[in-house]
Design a protein around this ligand. Sequence first.
Ligand SMILES: [Zn+2]
Length: 77
Amino acid sequence: MTGRCGLCKRILSVEGDPLSADAGGDCWGCIGQIEADHGGDPQQNISKEIEWGWRERDGTPKPQSFFQKHPKYWPTE
Ligand SMILES: [Zn+2]
């Protein structure tokens, strides 16, 4: 069954929305931000995601509608 993030209600595992990845019942958008707030490796991950435009400067995930409007919003390597 398709789940929703327990924190922000984002629909999980939506194609094209990398922040909707299921991280144990919550979305990566929330979990990445929470883990970053506590330091550690995710800080580096979300720094990249901020750079890519997936998140606001403070780490807040862009809404799912953002990714749906920009389905190819992936970083260019
Ligand atoms: Zn969430």
